[in-house]
Design a protein around this ligand. Structure first.
Ligand SMILES: [Zn+2]
Length: 250
């Protein structure tokens, strides 16, 4: 598998509907256990250096043209930047000091700086935590939308210094169904899940959220126990930097 490519089996990335961005949809019946996505990471940074402009620049400039293009085509949420103006100032200084071929024209230069800041925001919007405390971007994985009752689980393993992410069907999935992962722990209560999902700027309306929000406790119990039985004994990850328990208070 080339370093920045991956495979997607029995599913495709396409528009999820008006105003909903892209999603991943089954184009075949996918039995439980099917590996739908298998891919290596595009770029990675140590978790404690997520907002560090120098670390980001090093990682960004190590990307091939195609990898940078893939990153720049992902969704961007500028609110993920801790301090945009500070970063612009840092990038400005960093570019002047260390980068060969800096555009001499001031306007061109600032366009370049803003491009770097936006790429940093895209990275922060889409990264997921690896088992060894890095945050890595996986191009196909980050197109999958969220549900608190997901039909897949995701895992990251490390092989020869590279991270491999797999998305695996946790039940039979029918042709045409949208593929979902959970960005958070579905075992949290509704208010906690909603607070965590604020980081992605949407309100989930999955079967569990719908049942709990409408006060249908019987249905909510059925959905919750169903999901728990699927998750039981499965070693998968929910964490991105935006839902990690310790990151919320820091
Ligand atoms: Zn939900």
């Amino acid at each position: 598998m080339p370093p920045h490519l991956g495979s997607i089996t029995g599913a495709e990335i396409r528009a999820a509907g008006e105003g909903l961005g892209k999603g991943v949809f089954a184009i075949d019946d996918l039995p439980k256990g099917t590996i739908i996505i298998r891919e290596s990471s595009n770029m990675k940074i140590k978790l404690d250096a997520l907002n560090n402009s120098w670390e980001f620049c090093k990682a960004y400039h190590a990307l091939s043209e195609k990898q940078a293009w893939q990153l720049n085509n992902l969704h961007c949420d500028s609110s993920k930047l801790a301090d945009r103006l500070l970063l612009i100032a840092e990038y400005e200084r960093w570019c002047l000091d260390r980068t060969p071929g800096v555009p001499e024209d001031r306007r061109e230069f600032m366009t370049w700086v803003r491009h770097l800041v936006k790429a940093h925001a895209i990275y922060l919007t889409n990264c997921a935590i690896t088992p060894d405390e890095h945050a890595a971007v996986f191009n196909k994985f980050c197109r999958i939308n969220h549900s608190c009752v997901p039909n897949t689980h995701w895992f990251i393993t490390e092989k020869r210094g590279k991270y491999i992410l797999e998305v695996k069907a946790n039940r039979d999935i029918s042709f045409g169904e949208q593929i979902f992962v959970s960005y958070i722990s579905p075992m949290e209560k509704l208010p906690e899940r909603r607070r965590a999902l604020d980081n992605w700027g949407f309100t989930c309306n999955c079967a569990l959220c719908h049942a709990q929000a409408s006060g249908d406790r019987r249905l909510a119990d059925v959905v919750w126990h169903y999901q728990k039985s699927i998750d039981n004994g499965t070693d998968f990850r929910y964490y991105t930097p935006w839902n990690r328990p310790y990151s919320q208070g820091e």
